[in-house]
Design a protein around this ligand. Sequence first.
Ligand SMILES: C[S@@+](CC[C@H](N)C(=O)[O-])C[C@H]1O[C@@H](n2cnc3c(N)ncnc32)[C@H](O)[C@@H]1O
Length: 1012
Amino acid sequence: MPIREVSVESVRDKSIRHGHISTLHLWWARRPLPVCRAVVFASLVPDPLDPECPKAFRKAVDAILGRSVSGDPYRPYENIPWTVVDDPMEDNLRNRLMMFIGKFSDRFIQNERVGKNTPVKDQISEYSLIKWESRHNKEVLHRARKLIWVAYHSGSSHEDADALLTEYEQYWNKIEEAESRYYTLIDRDRETPKVQDAKLAVDEAIAAFQNRMPSVFDPFAGGGAIPLEAARLGCRSYGNDLNPVAHIIQRGSVEFPQKFGKPIRFSRERFITRYGKEAWRNLPQEDLLYENGGDATGVYIANRLAFDVDFYARKLLKMAEEEIGHFYPEDEHGKKPIAYYWARTARCANPSCRAEVPLLKQFYLCKKKDKKVYLKPIVEEKSIRFRIEYGTSNDEAWVEGNSLRCPCCGNITPIKQIKEQSQKTGLGLWQIAVIENSSSGKRYRLPNEEELKLAKHEVIQKLDESLIPQEDMIITPDMVSGRGWGITKWKDLFSPRQLLAIQTLIQKHSEIKQELFADVNDDYAQSVVTYLAILIDRIVAIQTSFGRWHVGRETLEHPFARQAIPMIFDYPEANIFSSTTGGFKNQLFWIVTYIDSESWNHFHSVCNNSSSGDINQFPHKSITATVTDPPYYDAIAYADISDFFYVWMKRTLADMYPLNFATPQTPKTEECTALKHHHSGEVKKAYQHFENKLKNIFSAIEHQTSDIVSIMFAHQSTKAWTTLCNSILGANMNITGSWAIDTEMANRSVSIAGAALASSVTVSCRPTKKSGFASFQEVRTAVTEVIRKEVKELYDMGFRGADLLTACFGQAVSVFGAYEHVEKNDGSEVKVSELLALARDAAFQAIISDIEADEYTRFYIGWCNLFGFTETQHDEVRRVTQIGLSLDVSDLEQHHILQKSGNSQQLMPLEDRIQYNPKLGTNKSEWMLNHIHRAMYLFNKGNRDMLISHLHTIGATNGSSFWRVLTSLSEVLPGGTDDFKAASELMANQKNLVREALNYQARQGEQSQLDL
Ligand SMILES: C[S@@+](CC[C@H](N)C(=O)[O-])C[C@H]1O[C@@H](n2cnc3c(N)ncnc32)[C@H](O)[C@@H]1O
């Protein structure tokens, strides 16, 4: 796994918007697409250097990724770019396969050498599978699919790569031929026998191709990233999620665009019958079809689904605007506001004041570098008004910490009392400002009389109780419902006018649903109606009185920034009929863009909505690879929080998906999470539930999967590893590899250097039978041996620092995972946590034993690799000092390597060490660490002469252990720290420094001759 490349593209993935799966509908804890694509692909192809790798596969890698490919884009790096010493990468098939998954672009590598930034979009080579743009790159995708095809078929009976590749082409051509026949039929929406035959031919060609491809399953499919990528690679792709909201998102993400987002040709008559004359007149000229000159006789629509979603959504909007548009009046210049800014209000507790005070924590409406707009309060006795002013606001917030300061009388009202008001009578709502678009950006003004009148709640009498969610919210501290405000029902998260808008959209949605089902095929109608419901969800997410106005970006934001719904005092109310941020058309844009982006794919996924762990969901060993990303304890309460959407989807979709929406709210009991409020407040029970569920689901996976199980885990703590290993090993599987992936990497200029702060780990497992038992002693010896070999191999592949440790760790676990029991001398079974400690120690020991330096230096580097500069418990310190070393903790403290604070220790950075001992490293006989720190210190100070003299004294020539050890240190130092900066900059100057140190010797020689 080319982890640095995958990490870089995964960080980029977080900022990609147009056409990205995350922009269809909000879901929590989405995995970046590059990781998913890389892990699915890597799970399905063997390692060409593995002695057991089929010959045909090796041949295919050579043919598809070898030197003969024009430009040789998969040539391994001449010099591994993130290591500083000369580190050539061998040109072998394994490395070529890695370069295919992900390779840094030549431009990026060149720029990095001279410290120049490269835009994130250009950092990864355009020939890499993981690159965002590759999702539409036919050539790259064919390469991936061909390799999977050959890997799947080659083995004892199929050793002819050429024959397999020819077969691939034949099956592929059949798909293309069938599709081109079907999608060019005129009026194919009318299901005539001819149309049905052509459609059947497409389905059959796709099925024939996919039947010859592996199957991939994600039992925790969430937003659908893994099934999406598995299908893109041509596999039979399956997803399952317990949550009905996730299920609907999956249908919209990984099924409908791929199935229905295809071209269609309409005759003029048919088009007008379906969409009307006005729609015909609005068609772009370039899409019209002509037969023999004269008037257009038809139209070519590139994406039927995107067209229909857009068409029916606009129709829905028009119907809604006709009904309730007058609640959002234009101003005197005919301008539509884009949003209204509101604050909740409370009464001052002072009995002689009782002023109604907006609960404002600050007064800015816009706070950008070059634009500042704020509300200037004007307080006259008990009356509060505002002016809108430009510049810097000097007024102190009225709500601060846990109290409200009344601007009229200065009295302090504790939040507790405001909560009591909220419970008894509810808080007031005050429309403070109106936000409009103008040629020079957003403009803010005070509301006019009509706007104030129309926003009055009494005016809104048309609320239909059956369309408004009366359901109770779950009571937890993560939700406003559990914070004592008396806000306990889902409907309480919306103001009356917001409810009116949503209710109207639902009514119109229902009318359009009927029209669509009467007009077109049921499956197709279902897809369009589902997107219209997703569109309503998108509007609901920002059309809530718990949304936020982002004063820095001037945008409306949904309330889920922290995977919770906290209390909000001020919020923006969108005008859905406006055409910018928060408006209906803006939300529609994201949906249509996503459909357009993923309709390219020929293959869709099959998604199911039930609790995973049902052994009968798939026949025994019928899934080739399970690739998944399970939940983690109480990190995210998926079911609780997604009820926000569920209660609305029930109102838009329950009739079409009766089984999915059969329960009052999302199913909670079966969810694989550890939430104590679902277990009568008992943490222990909640943990037990999570661990049992995970083990149970992994057991079903083991039963259903024939080849490999790849698990992404967003946590790397010992607790996380213990739970994961317990479930994997308990399900009769064994771990065979592990990789760290960093999806949070900061955008630093030397972004590929420095210790990787892995934010998630991927573990690959084999569903293998375990056998026999071993003694702890035997296992220890075997683990140490395997790891020693592995370190060398991984190092040559470019693994360094924390990445190397994680990768070794997986290998170490695989040794003891092969046994049914590992026993201690007294016959008791060794616990997984003890085995994990053994594995970690073996990996640590193997890594530090490769460093050519004294014990103190090795300890410093090894420790930094494990813990960086964070505080660590004393017991852990004692243990680590004994792994392959014989060091004493007090000695380490005395030499200012560790510093003690209470019951924990922390590695001492350069500055502190020098402060304690200003002469550090000046003596030639000191340890390497001290020499290195002295050099870093002198470099930082800019004292070049002394630095050259120091390097000369310690003999830091090219190829000397000084530079190699410095490299090892820089690879584990936490990126962004001063130490990391000093070490990398020192290394970047290596060439000149070595030359000057050598000249220094010559100069000294000349000097001494002169002296003589
Ligand atoms: C970490 S998320 C997966 C995110 C996904 N990989 C993505 O990129 O969007 C875990 C998912 O597991 C689902 N889940 C929890 N318990 C489950 C169960 N018992 N069966 C099936 N799915 C479950 C949750 O609803 C959630 O969507």
